[in-house]
Design a protein around this ligand. Structure first.
Ligand code: PAF
Length: 282
């Protein structure tokens, strides 16, 4: 397994692989890898000759009051995970290598980024799209793998790839959960024991929303009220949003029909966690 710290190293290696006619699968990550990431690598391993994983805590997707400095990092452990998953190359740049002095070019999007997490994180998706575009140009993958836990991110990246003609297949992979239902997330590392228990309200509310929608409930307000009441029963939880949106445009809907997404963002103590139902037919 190769570890590359510079764009030039990755480019040279990718050029060689392309010359040999190899297909490349890219798994973009911010590190502190867990089983959710491993499932992306496994899928990439199955579908491509070469697997590239990027590990980069992208500063421009964090707001000024967010957790950039404290975001968990453990490169040594991450590279062991990548080795075990049969990764061919880890791209682990430093911020200066990705964003040269006077960097001022961004990729942005309307509509999809104005809902859900975009409301409380107004510059987040611009940062994600910009870094993912850069990674697409650097690693030139045939396929790129993203978790459905970040459903809005997945929808935004799919739309970006379509709108900007990236010739890359965007592959979404199912949420991986702990045995008790909590969606795996690097941010779970922030939770103390009591908060870890309280965090179960996210998956409980998601399960309830899914059950109601699949049972034929079409009133979005009724579904959201049930989901909210589960979260509100937990004193350590503070709701950022509980939403039912159209699966394509991500716009809120009153009457559930067609492809929909139920999504929640909840603060457990100081930690903001998200979860969703996956895209389901309502
Ligand atoms: O999902 C993430 O970890 C990040 O948002 C991504 C896609 C690696 C971009 O920094």
């Amino acid at each position: 397994m190769i570890t590359a710290n510079t764009v030039a190293e990755v480019r040279a290696q990718v050029k060689q692989w392309k010359k040999e006619g190899k297909t490349i699968g890219l798994v973009p990550t911010m590190g502190y890898l867990h089983e959710g990431h491993a499932s992306l690598m496994k899928r990439a391993r199955e579908e491509n000759d070469i697997v590239v994983v990027s590990i980069f805590v992208n500063p421009i997707q964090f707001g000024p009051t967010e957790d950039l400095a404290s975001y968990p990092r453990d490169f040594h452990r991450d590279s062991e995970v990548c080795q075990r998953m049969g990764v061919d190359l880890i791209f682990h740049p430093d911020p200066e290598g990705m964003y040269q002095e006077n960097f001022c070019t961004y990729v942005d999007m309307d509509v999809l980024t104005e809902q859900l997490c975009g409301k409380s994180r107004p510059t987040h998706f611009r940062g994600v799209q910009t870094v993912v575009s850069k990674l697409f140009h650097i690693a030139a993958p045939d396929r790129a793998y993203f978790g459905e836990k970040d459903a809005q991110q997945l929808a935004v990246i799919r739309r970006m790839a379509r709108d900007l003609n990236f010739d890359i297949e965007i592959v979404g992979c199912p949420i991986v959960r702990e045995e008790d239902g909590l969606a795996k997330s690097s941010r779970n590392a922030y939770l103390n024991q009591e908060e870890r228990q309280a965090a179960l309200v996210l998956s409980r509310s998601i399960r309830e929303g899914k059950r109601l929608i699949e049972g034929g409930e079409t009133d979005a307000a009724a579904v959201k009220a049930s989901m909210r009441s589960i979260i509100a029963s937990e004193p350590l939880a503070r709701i950022d949003y509980v939403e039912i949106v159209d699966g394509d445009s991500l716009q809120p809907m009153d009457t559930i029909n067609g492809l929909v997404l139920g999504a929640v963002a909840v603060y457990i103590g100081k930690t903001r966690l998200i979860d969703n139902t996956g895209f389901i037919e309502g």
